[in-house]
Design a protein around this ligand. Sequence first.
Ligand code: HEC
Ligand code: HEC
Length: 361
Amino acid sequence: MKNLANNKLSKFGQLLNLISWLLGGSILLVILLVGYFTGIFNRTNAIPITVTTENKPYKPEKTVWKLISMDAVVHEPDPELVKYGRELIANTAYYLGPKGKVAQQTNGMNCQNCHLDAGSRVWGNNYGAVASTYPKFRERSGTKESIVKRVNDCMERSLNGRGLDSTSREMRAIVSYIKFIGQCVPKDTIPNGTGIWKLKFMNRAADPTKGQVAYEQKCVSCHGKNGEGLKSPDGIVYTYPPLWGQHSYNIGAGLFRLSRLAGYIKTNMPFGATYEKPQLSDEEAWDIAAYVNSRPRPTKDLSKDWPKISGKPIDHPFGPYSDNFSEEQHKFGPFKPIDEFKKAEKKKQEALKNKTQQIKS
Ligand code: HEC
Ligand code: HEC
């Protein structure tokens, strides 16, 4: 009897136990569901992601330049010429490098190493605004330059070689390709996203020592400890192009100006970075650029450049200048004071011009 009663009691106890487990379980389930749908447990997602301007150079309020598709080439009078132009820009070394099959007159780099996706990538130093703005006056030569002249500038400086004859099939091909990809851009306009990203000035000078540390973390794996790059197994083209040394761009090249190099690497390097997903802070980009451009590279006679010295850009690293800032400051910054001085000078000049015009009339 006793046993039976005990048994019944324990069965009752088990039942109670079960009910309380079920009750507790469902309450817990309700809490979890409510929590899930209100996002209480999702705290990290609930906090808005803050993107600093430091790491996000893209201005979403402006639309960026969209390139014309290569498919449209069939509508060109000479599609093969345009395609050859693209090919020359993408694989320059193969045709014109030290072992080039057409001629041997460049340093082994490709135009595309600096003008990404054959000069068609947004903020990848693309050619979007070339057809719309050339021929144009350039202070560096003090003349009105054609596309041919501008292309040969890069051949002589960035590719540290010799220019092409304007009548050669190669030059005609390059020019027709550049005109092809810029054909939708209205005359005299420079769409957002063309050329090189303009990096904000820092308040301090760029620091090559800091740059070296960052270079060794973020660039050395491809471009090498001595900036020598890496040749492909065939020895004709580079898998990773050189950043300094005798096979790199010379001191007359656009990238030898700190703002050009820093802007280029900010939105494009390490390879895979984009303007929407940059991998370097602005400071890193400036400092790494300072390191790269303080390494040795080929020289060039620049005595004919910048015939009007006040026309020199603020980051041209060689004097004489029309201001009293040192060569060192023109090379590494801080650039803000030079920029402000230049702008003030320009204003003064314009005011003077207006005054003399008023006197005349
Ligand atoms: C080492 C890097 C490098 C290489 C290689 C290079 N360029 Fe350039 N190129 C530049 C830079 C930097 C600029 C100036 C961009 C600026 O100031 O916004 C430039 C400017 C130009 C421009 C004028 C762009 C404009 O909007 O005004 C043309 C055209 C051009 N390059 C064509 C070529 C061609 C064609 C080749 C190959 C034969 C070539 N470049 C190779 C770096 C390079
Ligand atoms: C994953 C490999 C890789 C890494 C890492 C990398 N690069 Fe590059 N870099 C490339 C390639 C590839 C090109 C040429 C792109 C092309 O031809 O399409 C290039 C081109 C360049 C160029 C223009 C061409 C030249 O040789 O002057 C510069 C400047 C440059 N890189 C700088 C840097 C800097 C600075 C870093 C570090 C912040 C960096 N790269 C990290 C692969 C890399």
